[in-house]
Design a protein around this ligand. Structure first.
Ligand code: KE4
Length: 430
């Protein structure tokens, strides 16, 4: 594959930007080789600067549920852009998107827009602490909640551990009040909450962890977390930056029938433009400035173009009944992969929840903990990623990340991908 233009751009970028990238995982360090510079996307496909075409399953890490450059979304952005890019004022667009979100999430009476999932999580944690008047936050190992200091905490081994920084530059003080509990271990969570609930403001979780592989919650785990939080009057923050609008209109909360006290959103609600949001009941959200004493602000929050992209994405999802389409495509993908997965059972594991999927190189029968993902062969994943790239399939460039189907992926795309996977695995395991 000729990647000369990407290579030249990467060389220049490395002199100008750390690692040559705007976000670490894009540097391809987890899979080897060099990052491709993408020139354009259309539907299920992306084309790089050297003219190489790919069927894309990274989908910008989740936002592009309708595929690249959806004509309705692009048309709406174009129209809105003629009126300007940002006013730094209120606009009808934020009111419209707020309505669409509160209509879909019964647990969200009011919502505040920010510009990324990280900002949404930072704000949600500050709100939880301000509302509860308590300081500690419990997170789960295996869950990622953006790069806010207090969430960059090393996962301890075994039972819950108090925060130790997981990044240079994060101070011990910043993570002093963050506790890391093992995911899928309700006994460990129960033990820490019973002991510390007087100082615990909230538990934060990805209902379906999608940042260390696709970690499946044990049956009833999400409900048990909810029940523990209710019993000890601890708020439950559900980080639905990935699952929100992905699993159902009301995200994992609708899908599993478990309500959050505070919800964080991002990705899909921006339709590919920078948007994050956090929401909760009116009683909780009214603590946010200017009605309350919990401060949070943002120059481009509620940006009219980003709001427009979100509005038209959510409207189109509903109009075309996207979930029926997406979940059907997910089932087709798994069906076409089955003969290959049977052949390499014990060496390759394919996990899927509706339109979210992951390939892991492991003998494990499921990925239900951080240890399970840690036992995976990431060198084998890197070889798989390279082989799929050579065959015109762009997977997320890390064995810790997941893949996404969009409504734009055709049956031919999916069949081609299944064949490419079979050929690549044969090449790896020959
Ligand atoms: P952003 O700040 O990247 O918009 O959102 C942070 C975030 C929060 N919560 C969850 C559950 C998330 O998955 C994310 C970000 N996801 C990663 C990919 N898995 C973003 C990709 C990247 O960091 O480059």
């Amino acid at each position: 594959m000729n990647i000369e233009k990407s290579r030249k751009l990467f060389k220049k970028a490395q002199r100008l930007m750390p690692g040559g990238v705007s976000s670490p995982v894009r540097a391809f360090r987890a899979v080897g080789g060099e990052p491709l510079y993408i020139k354009k996307g259309q539907g299920s496909r992306m084309q790089d600067e050297d003219g190489n075409d790919f069927i894309d399953y990274c989908m910008s890490w989740g936002p592009l549920i309708l595929g690249h450059a959806d004509p309705d979304v692009i048309g709406a952005i174009r129209k809105a852009a003629r009126f300007g890019t940002s006013f730094g004022t209120s606009s009808k667009h934020e009111v419209q998107l707020a309505k669409l979100i509160t209509d879909r999430f019964p647990s969200i009476g009011m919502v505040r827009f920010v510009n990324s999932g990280t900002e949404a999580v930072m704000s949600a944690i500050r709100l939880a602490r301000g509302y509860a008047g308590k300081e500690k936050i419990i997170k789960f190992d295996g869950c990622y909640h953006g790069h806010g200091d207090q969430m960059l905490v090393a996962a301890g081994s075994g039972l819950a551990t108090f925060g130790t920084p997981d990044s240079a530059g994060v101070t011990a003080g910043a993570v002093r009040d963050t506790i890391v509990a093992p995911f899928n271990d309700i006994a460990a969570l129960s033990e820490i909450i019973e002991k510390e609930h007087a100082s615990i403001a909230a538990v934060i979780m990805e209902p379906i962890p999608c940042n260390y592989g696709l970690i499946m919650p044990k049956d009833g785990f999400i409900r048990e977390v909810r029940a523990l939080c209710d019993r000890y009057r601890v708020l439950l923050i559900m980080d639905e930056v990935i699952t929100g609008l992905r699993l159902a209109p009301g995200g994992a909360q609708e899908y599993f029938g478990v309500k959050a006290d505070i919800t964080t959103l991002g990705k899909i609600i921006g339709g590919g433009l920078p948007v994050g949001a956090y929401g909760a009941s009116r009683k909780i959200m009214e603590r946010i400035s200017p009605t309350g004493k919990v401060y949070q602000a943002g120059t481009l929050s509620g940006n009219p173009l980003a709001m427009t992209a979100g509005i038209h994405t959510l409207k189109k999802i509903e109009k075309i009944d996207a979930y029926q389409i997406l979940n059907e495509k997910g089932r087709l993908f798994e069906t076409l992969l089955k003969p290959t997965l049977d052949r390499y059972r014990g060496r390759v594991l394919f996990s899927r929840l509706e339109s979210i999927f992951a390939f892991n190189f492991t003998s494990a029968a499921s990925i239900d903990s951080l240890n399970a993902i840690r036992s995976c062969d990431m060198n084998a994943f890197a070889a798989f990623h390279r082989g799929m790239l050579e065959r015109g399939i762009y997977l997320s460039p890390s064995g810790y990340e997941v893949g996404f189907l969009s409504t734009a992926h055709t049956e031919d795309d999916i069949a081609h991908t299944a064949r490419a996977a079979a050929d690549t695995l044969e090449q790896i395991f020959q």
